[in-house]
Design a protein around this ligand. Structure first.
Ligand SMILES: *Cc1c(COP(=O)(O)O)cnc(C)c1O
Length: 381
């Protein structure tokens, strides 16, 4: 995956650090644009996956919109050149200050998750003499085949408005002069690799549209969120997700009304594979069943394995030994969950070797912390 020039550069850079391959990001963006333009689908990049300026600017240049989940993300989107008509703002807990930021920028749409939230947006918009465009985030009660912590479309999750609340929402909306319903929004989870889950979402969306249609409501757009997964096991063989197959599911199964737009919010599938966490081996401890390779990156740099048992492909970049041994690759933090991989077969590993943890472009650096007073991790492009 990395050439000798890149490895030489790694050796000159203090570890640990994130290495982003912008060429791969560009290729991924070309793939997503090509696949989505077949059907005129609109793509908003989910900022929360990675908010590095270089990455955001490249995404903006390629014409994608922005899906933001905080006031600061809305501000960052504007700073990076996204236009207000490209910005959607989601989240179950938008503060008044954040709503005001989004109102000041006249963003395209607020994805709203409850009646109390709608009331606040209505009030704040009234103060400014504006009308906020809103979409209702509906909990479709569709299961996604992914880790429980990243499934979001079930009744038991905190997200969205449940079907049985919709009648009340419409009654409430009828009295709100400063919000305008323009869309329906859904998001069933993340790292979804079974496209059947998206088919399930499409069929559910069709039923829900029917429910609205019976009440003489046709919204301008349907937003089906994100969630397309990436190949964490074989990042080299599959660096770019199959966007064609993904969009085709929607083409085949969702029933859009006349001139209704379809929007997506993709995060992981766009930036996931372009980032690698590069680290150095500090010590090797020989154990009974396995050996421990203790590296200088920890859960402070990449929390996904500790947070939701995520599996990343791990490679020793600099060992030239042909001997293969078993290792647990662990970080230096005082938590047992600070472990990147158990029982991995790596070529003979020694102090000073460089370790690559692949597929870290999404939900990696953005979640870094300074726990144990560690330095915040740096990025290299
Ligand atoms: C996190 C999130 C996304 C992006 O999810 P990915 O799995 O990274 O594509 C999109 N929409 C909403 C509402 C989200 O919360």
């Amino acid at each position: 995956m990395f050439n000798t020039q890149e490895i030489a550069r790694f050796k000159e850079t203090p570890t640990p650090f994130y290495y982003y391959k912008l060429e791969l990001l560009e290729e991924t963006l070309n793939a997503v644009k090509k696949a989505s333009s077949l059907y005129d689908y609109h793509i908003h990049y989910a900022f929360k996956a990675n908010t590095n300026t270089e990455i955001l600017e490249l995404i903006q240049k390629n014409g994608l919109g922005a899906d933001c989940v905080s006031g600061n993300e809305v501000k960052k989107a504007i700073e990076c050149g996204f236009t207000s008509e490209q910005i959607v703002f989601a989240g179950v807990g938008k503060t008044d200050a954040e709503i005001n930021i989004a109102l000041d920028h006249n963003i395209f749409c607020f994805n709203c998750e409850s009646i109390p939230e709608l009331e606040v947006i209505n009030e704040l918009a009234a103060v400014k003499g504006k009308t906020a465009q809103i979409a209702l985030r509906i909990n479709p009660n569709v299961a996604a085949n992914t880790h429980a912590y990243i499934t979001t479309g079930l009744e038991e999750n905190k997200f969205g408005i449940n079907m049985w609340e919709l009648e009340d929402v419409l009654v409430a909306l009828a009295d709100m002069k400063n919000v305008n319903l323009i869309g329906l929004h859904f998001h069933i989870g993340s790292q979804i690799t079974d496209l059947n889950d998206f088919k399930g979402l499409c069929l559910r969306v069709n039923e829900i549209q029917e429910w609205f249609y019976e009440r003489q409501i046709i919204v301008k757009h349907i937003n089906v969120g994100g969630g397309l997964g990436i190949d964490y096991e074989n990042p080299m063989e599959n660096p770019i997700p199959d966007f064609n197959a993904f969009f085709k599911v929607f083409k085949d199964f969702i029933e859009l009304r006349h001139q209704q737009e379809l929007h997506f919010e993709l995060g992981r599938s766009i930036v996931g594979q372009c980032g690698t966490l590069v680290s150095k081996v500090l010590y090797v401890k020989n154990g009974v069943k396995t050996n421990f390779a203790i590296i200088d990156a920890g859960m402070t740099e990449l929390i996904r394995p500790a947070l939701y048992q995520a599996v990343h492909s791990i490679e020793n970049l600099t060992s030239n030994s042909s001997k293969i041994k078993r290792y647990d690759v662990v970080g230096p933090i005082c938590e047992s969950s600070d472990c990147f991989g158990k029982s991995l077969m790596l070529s003979n590993t020694k102090r000073g070797h460089y370790i690559a943890i692949h597929s870290c472009g999404a939900y990696g650096e953005v979640m870094a912390s300074q726990y144990n007073l560690r330095d915040l991790v740096k990025a290299v492009y």
